[in-house]
Write a protein that binds this ligand. Structure first.
Ligand code: ZN
Ligand code: ZN
Length: 410
């Protein structure tokens, strides 16, 4: 990839992604593979007036050795300093930028039990930091960097260099880097997403009905005071706008946790914990997952659902047109950040408290009273297809077609 484009990307992430403010600390979490991008981000951050830039490096190869050599119990130990470090981040009101890269199936050979033990322990230990990001008290942004391992997975027929080049081209398109002024292009895109949010937020929707040829036949109710968000988010503590996911094509909210009934059938594979779950379905009754199945990755899916009580319920409802920039690339990225933006989806587990009026200031109990779900897990899975129909029923019983043939009808 060209240095110029890398620089443009880094600047977009710092300005439009986390929207770093003068004298703020930027924390970047990245794989060592993403170093070329990290270098440009560090430059862009200081240019924007950063007080400091701290990098939390990771390395899949090293992690894999640890997964193999350590027991599940040993993997459940989270060092005290890692917790303290996140407390420091909260205290210093940092901005957080996470970069995704590496083989999506890096941990394919590791037992689901070990992976879930490590994941659960970390989710629990870092619960406060996660609460800060999910309620937008910390401005955050997740983005991708195309390295060889990931590119070969997405384009197995190309040689490594061509695969990286193609994945980079794809990523550049999804984040609108090909525009003369990507920042301005994002503003336009975000306004359009906001228009649809405004429509849904004023429509007083009581429930949605989903139906398609794959076998999805599903109803979900919305809590009182739901808010659909999309495109840009507002920092809960400082009111500064940021973009939590780059790319993003979705508009999303929280459903009423006890209001899900019927069957959802996955329309795309889901890559989670370095493993793939394929052709799966979930059956709901009064919000709870009462049955599920998968042609591939059943154990992984089971371990996600069985994380805690909340991971038996839904925490996110998201709408994405079947003809979004990302869907049109017709590529499976094996990475939720991209794949979720190609398709309507839901998430098992935790909700975003900001998706209900006054939610950012509510306690867990108050959120639960409003019907919002709480869990250590949050896993998006895709259900959108080109024949998906979504109909809304309003509080007054009026029916509105929201999606027709996989695309927006509003
Ligand atoms: Zn989502
Ligand atoms: Zn999600």
């Amino acid at each position: 990839m060209k240095k110029e484009q890398l620089k443009k990307y880094a600047e977009l992430l710092v300005k439009k992604g986390v929207n770093l403010q003068k004298k703020q600390i930027l924390v970047v979490s990245a794989s060592i593979n993403a170093r070329p991008l990290v270098v440009e981000i560090v430059k862009a951050a200081y240019k924007a007036g950063a007080a400091d830039v701290e990098i939390a490096w990771s390395d899949d190869e090293i992690s894999k050795i640890a997964y193999k050599k350590k027991t599940a119990t040993a993997l459940s130990v989270v060092p005290e300093w890692e917790i303290t470090r996140r407390e420091y981040f909260i205290d210093k009101k940092i901005a957080y930028l996470g970069i995704i890269s590496g083989d999506p199936e890096a941990f394919k050979d590791i037992s689901a039990k070990k992976l879930s033990a490590a994941r659960r322990a970390r989710n629990k230990a870092f619960a406060q930091f996660r609460e800060y990001t999910s309620s937008n008290k910390i401005r955050w942004c997740i983005c991708g960097y195309p390295d060889k391992e990931w590119a070969k997975k997405v384009f197995p027929d190309l040689n490594k260099n061509d695969a990286v080049k193609k994945l980079w081209d794809h990523i550049a398109k999804t984040v609108r880097l090909d525009a003369d002024d990507p920042v301005e292009e994002w503003e336009k895109h975000q306004r359009e997403l906001q228009r649809r949010c405004d429509f849904l937020n004023s429509a007083k929707i009581k429930s949605f009905h989903y139906e398609n040829g794959l076998g999805t036949n599903f109803d979900i109710t919305m809590p009182k005071g739901y808010i659909f968000c999309g495109g840009a988010e507002k920092g809960a503590l400082d009111g500064v706008w940021f973009t939590a996911n780059m790319p993003t094509e979705e508009i999303f909210s929280c459903p009423d946790k006890s209001g899900a009934n019927g069957k959802l059938v996955s329309s795309m594979p889901l890559c989670r914990n370095g493993q793939i779950i394929k052709d799966f379905w979930l059956e709901f009754k009064e919000g709870r997952i009462v049955d599920f199945g998968a042609k591939e990755g059943y154990e992984n899916l089971k371990s996600i659902i069985e994380t805690d009580e909340g991971s038996h319920y839904l925490g996110e409802i998201a709408l994405v047109a079947h003809d979004s920039v990302i869907s049109k690339l017709n590529t499976l990225f094996f990475e939720t950040l991209y794949d979720e933006n190609a398709s309507c989806h839901f998430a098992i587990g935790d909700c975003y408290p900001t998706c209900v009026e006054g939610g950012a200031d509510m306690t867990e109990e108050q959120l639960a009273e409003r019907g919002l779900n709480n869990s250590l897990e949050h896993v998006d899975f895709m259900v959108g297809t080109k024949d998906l129909q979504i109909t809304a029923t309003t509080d007054e019983g009026k029916q509105i077609t929201i999606f027709k043939d996989g695309g927006w009808a509003i």
